[in-house]
Structure formats: structure tokens, C-alpha cells
Ligand binder design. Structure first.
Ligand SMILES: CC[C@@H](C(=O)O)C(=O)SCCNC(=O)CCNC(=O)[C@H](O)C(C)(C)COP(=O)(O)OP(=O)(O)OC[C@H]1O[C@@H](n2cnc3c(N)ncnc32)[C@H](O)[C@@H]1OP(=O)(O)O
Length: 250
């Protein structure tokens, strides 16, 4: 299975389970995110945690070996907007959503973590919006979410730098909520959250969701996805992906 969903003590944990390919997202994982978005609304839970199997990677973005087949804007848009829709539904889950960033998060992987309310980042993890090196922008809504999350200049810099930041840099620019060393640190984080009732957490999350609705977050995400699909079709993007896939084969 490319993903695992487990619920324990009212914490629903979603793990991307493709460590051999650095937890890249294929259609099955997207299906998993859609399932998560539904179940988190239907079941009686307090928190959602998104993480991945292994120590090396949280997520390396879209599975380029699969999505490289998409050549035109018309072909890229359905994939980008499907994941964009799933991530928006995850962002608006009515309980706190926590990314446990267990390792490298790049490209779409960084977008997934940015859609969450909190990011607990392992000290060895490096994370970045590297899409610029592929001649595209973020395409799942993560750029829009980053401007909601960081100060304007820090967000613009992180997107334009197109490189992986260290955990320390991520804490300094405000992306990482905390740097953690051990898996057990998440328990401590949740224990501190448990000091207030679930109804209080839900009420605060509703305030954030109302703000996102009133500021047309979804429409802004759709515009980001449109622009990414347009750039996706350019030769510079296809050449950059070819370079990555051919380097991997050597
Ligand atoms: C499509 C949506 C779009 C968006 O909207 O944001 C994106 O996500 S674009 C960004 C796509 N992602 C990338 O460009 C990242 C590609 N991966 C890497 O840069 C590196 O793999 C890594 C994540 C920094 C990890 O490096 P390292 O630990 O040195 O591992 P390897 O590079 O040797 O990878 C191991 C293995 O996994 C394959 N791999 C890794 N990432 C992907 C991926 N995104 N898609 C497909 N395959 C991937 C890599 O090819 C290696 O395979 P083998 O050589 O066969 O072992």
C-alpha cells in the first residue's frame, strides 16, 4: 500500500509509504489524501498527523517517473488540480493538522507540509520549494499557502531560492513550528495541545477557515495551479525533468 491511515487515541495519522522513491506522490497516494480528507471529517478525532515511512524523506513531490508522461497544459492540469483540491480539503479539516516532517521535503512535499497547521521538523530534514529548478512554480497550492504562513519577504525568498533549507533555517524563517530529535517528541507536542478541549481547538480552526473563505483562498490556489500547468508544458520544464530522471538511471 502506498499510504497508511491509522487512528489511535483520536489521532488520525497518514503516512506516505513509498520510501524507496523518497515518498514521491503517485495517483494512489493522491487517492489516500482524498480518503484522509473525508475520514477526518466523518470520524471523532482530535488531531491529524501527516508523515511518511523511513528517516530519509517526508516527500520528494510528484512522482516524476509517472507524471513526466504529462506533456501539455491540458494533460498536467487534471493531475495538479486533483492534488490541489485534496490539499485544500486537508488544509480545511476542522481540527489541527500537523506535519511530522521526518526527512527531506522538496517540491510538492514542501507544499503538503505547508498546507498543515504545524510543521514539526526533524533536525536532519532539509526542505525546499525546488520547483524553480524544474522551470515551474509550485502547482498544488503550496505557494499560496506559504504566503499565508510566512512573512511576505520570507515566503517570496523561500520560493525564489528554489533550494532545500536546513532545519535551523526553517525554524528561523518561521516555516518550522519546532525542530524535533525523536519520534516521541510528537507525543509531547500533542500532550501540550491536550491541555484544552477538542471543542476549543475546533473553534479556533473555524476562525482560520472563515478567514481563508473570506479571502478567496481556493480561487487563489486555482490560479496558482493554472499558472503551473502553463509552465509545465514548456520545453525548459521537460528538459529539467529529463535531466533528473536520466541522472537517476546512471
Ligand atoms: C509534480 C508536482 C510538483 C509540484 O506541484 O510541486 C512537484 O512536486 S515538482 C518537484 C518534483 N520533485 C523533485 O524534483 C525532487 C526529485 N528528487 C530529488 O531531488 C532527490 O531524490 C531527493 C528528494 C533530494 C533525495 O535525494 P537522495 O536521498 O540522494 O535520493 P535519490 O535522488 O538517489 O533518490 C532515490 C530514488 O528515488 C527516486 N526519486 C526521488 N524523488 C523522486 C521523484 N520526485 N519522482 C520520481 N522518482 C524519484 C530517484 O530517481 C532514485 O531512484 P533510483 O535511482 O531508481 O534508486
Amino acid at each position: 500500500m502506498a499510504y497508511i491511515i491509522e487512528t489511535k487515541n483520536q489521532v488520525m495519522t497518514f503516512s506516505i509509504n513509498r520510501p524507496h522513491i523518497r515518498n514521491a506522490i503517485n495517483n494512489e497516494v493522491m487517492e489516500g489524501f482524498e480518503e484522509l480528507a473525508n475520514r477526518a471529517r466523518e470520524e471523532d478525532i482530535r488531531y491529524v498527523v501527516i508523515t511518511a515511512t523511513g528517516e530519509q524523506a517526508f516527500c520528494s513531490g510528484g512522482d516524476l517517473s509517472v507524471f513526466h508522461e504529462l506533456k501539455t497544459e491540458q494533460q498536467a492540469w487534471p493531475m495538479l488540480s486533483r492534488m490541489g483540491e485534496a490539499l485544500y480539503r486537508i488544509k480545511t479539516i476542522p481540527v489541527p493538522v500537523i506535519a511530522l516532517v521526518n526527512g527531506t521535503a522538496v517540491g510538492g512535499g514542501c507544499e503538503i507540509a505547508t498546507a498543515c497547521d504545524y510543521r514539526l521538523v526533524k533536525s536532519h530534514a532539509k526542505c525546499g520549494f525546488i520547483q524553480g529548478t524544474l522551470a515551474i512554480t509550485s502547482g498544488w497550492g503550496g505557494g499560496t499557502y506559504l504566503f499565508e504562513t510566512l512573512k511576505h519577504d520570507a515566503a517570496l525568498k523561500m520560493l525564489s531560492d528554489a533550494r532545500a533549507y536546513t532545519a535551523t533555517e526553517l525554524f528561523e524563517n518561521g516555516w518550522a513550528s519546532a525542530i524535533i530529535e525523536e519520534d516521541g517528541d510528537i507525543e509531547q507536542f500533542l500532550a501540550s495541545m491536550n491541555r484544552v478541549l477538542p471543542s476549543v481547538h475546533r473553534a479556533y480552526k473555524e476562525i482560520a477557515i472563515r478567514k481563508w473563505q473570506e479571502t478567496n483562498l481556493k480561487q487563489r490556489v486555482d490560479q496558482e495551479i493554472r499558472e503551473c500547468a502553463r509552465l509545465w508544458a514548456k520545453e525548459a520544464h521537460h528538459q529539467a525533468v529529463d535531466r533528473f530522471l536520466n541522472k537517476s538511471k546512471k
